[in-house]
Design a protein around this ligand. Sequence first.
Ligand code: FES
Length: 171
Amino acid sequence: MKERDAILKKKVESSVEVIPPEELAKLDGIVDKYGGRAGYLIPALKEAQDLYGYLPMEVQRALAEGMHIPASHIYGVVTFYSFFTITPRGRHTIRLCLGTACYVKGSKEMLENIVREVGINVGETSEDGRFTLEAVRCLGACGLAPVMLIGEDTHGNIHPPDTVKILEGYQ
Ligand code: FES
């Protein structure tokens, strides 16, 4: 455990800064709202992520300082929950279902099309900043298999060769 803490601490300290200090001042409202309230770290992180689109190290450090929480603890929370991200995301998040019903109806082929045509694999963001690709296990819409979400939009009964054509509607 000590070793893990040391690694986390090192990561937090060694990060490259990408958000200018004046932008970080926007965190003050979040710190004022949640600072000193035990158990409010998750909503504070959620609001910070809404603000910047992701949670780079300097945002985590500023929150740690403002909320008097160890930065290594914040890093541990951010990397534990999949809805937090420490890297910038694309304008549109593709959530491709690779659950059984979707897989047997062609979501593997959809994934291959995205990898080939968009140039990103699961967990990656396209160079033009348009898409981030995530794989999910089931979207609860198995009757529409194969299914993918793009942002809030559900696309079902997809003919796998049409995958990239669907993506063209998102700039
Ligand atoms: S398996 Fe894809 S929606 Fe359920």
